[in-house]
Design a protein around this ligand. Structure first.
Ligand code: 5RP
Length: 218
C-alpha cells in the first residue's frame, strides 16, 4: 500500500472518534472518505446524509440507511476530505465534482471534520490545484469569459456532469490570497452554482495524517 493510501486510512480511523451511536452522519466524497465508509459498519449510525450519488451507493451497499437532508434537520457532524487545506482550515474541494452537495451538507452540520494526507497542506490555496466551479451548462462560456477577465484560466472538465446535471470549470491562476472574498466574488458571477473554495464555512477540525501519525488541528 502506498504511503498516501496508508495516511488516508489513518485519517479515516481517527475520524471515527467524532461519531456517536445513534447519530445521522454527514458523509463526504472521495478516496479518503471511502476509507471512512469502509469503517462505518463498526459504528451504530441512525443513518447518513450522502454528499454525492457515489457516496450514497457505497453507503447503501454496506446496509447504511441514507437519509434525505431535508428530513435530517441539522447534523451534528460532517466528515469529508479536501484537495487543499491552508493554516486557517480553509479548503479547496471539488476534485471529485461533488462540491455543491458537499457545501450544502457541510453548511447544514454543526461540526465539519476534514481528513487529509500530508500532501494536501499548502500555504496558499489554488497555486497547485485549480478551483473547481460548478456552472449551469448554458452559462459555461459566459462564466469562462468572466473568469478570463479576472486573469484566470478556466478549463472545461469534459465528459463530466455533476449530480445536479451541471458542468465543471477547473480554474487555474486565480488569486486565492483572500479565500473568503474570492469565494463570494465567484458566487456572484451569474450562472455559477457553487465554487470549490470552502472558506466562509471552513473546517472546524483537521485530521492531518503524516509519517508520524495523525495530527489534530483546530
Ligand atoms: C470531492 C472532493 C474530495 O473531498 C476531494 O477531491 C478529496 O478527494 P480525495 O480524498 O480522493 O483526495 O472534494 O468533490
Amino acid at each position: 500500500m502506498s504511503d498516501q493510501q496508508t495516511q488516508k486510512k489513518s485519517a479515516a480511523k481517527a475520524a471515527l472518534q467524532y461519531i456517536e451511536d445513534g447519530m445521522i452522519l454527514g458523509v463526504g466524497t472521495g478516496s479518503t472518505v471511502n476509507c471512512l465508509i469502509e469503517l462505518l459498519p463498526t459504528v451504530k449510525l441512525a443513518g447518513a446524509v450522502a454528499s454525492s450519488q457515489v457516496t450514497e451507493d457505497r453507503l447503501k451497499a454496506l446496509g447504511i440507511d441514507v437519509v434525505d437532508l431535508n428530513f435530517a434537520g441539522t447534523l451534528d457532524v460532517y466528515i469529508d476530505g479536501a484537495d487543499e487545506v491552508n493554516e486557517h482550515l480553509q479548503l479547496i474541494k471539488g476534485g471529485g465534482g461533488a462540491l455543491t452537495r458537499e457545501k450544502i451538507v457541510a453548511a447544514a452540520s454543526k461540526k465539519f471534520i476534514c481528513m487529509v494526507d500530508n500532501s494536501k497542506r499548502v500555504d496558499i490555496l489554488g497555486r497547485n490545484f485549480p478551483v473547481p466551479i460548478e456552472v449551469l451548462p448554458q452559462a459555461r462560456s459566459y462564466v469562462a469569459r468572466q473568469l478570463a477577465e479576472m486573469g484566470a484560466e478556466p478549463v472545461y472538465r469534459e465528459g463530466f456532469v455533476t449530480d445536479y446535471g451541471n458542468v465543471i470549470l477547473d480554474v487555474y491562476d486565480l488569486d486565492v490570497s483572500n479565500p473568503i472574498a474570492l469565494e463570494k466574488e465567484l458566487n456572484n458571477i451569474v450562472g455559477v452554482v457553487c465554487n470549490g473554495i470552502f472558506a466562509a464555512n471552513q473546517a472546524d477540525v483537521l485530521l492531518k495524517a503524516g509519517d508520524n501519525g495523525v495530527e489534530t488541528i483546530m
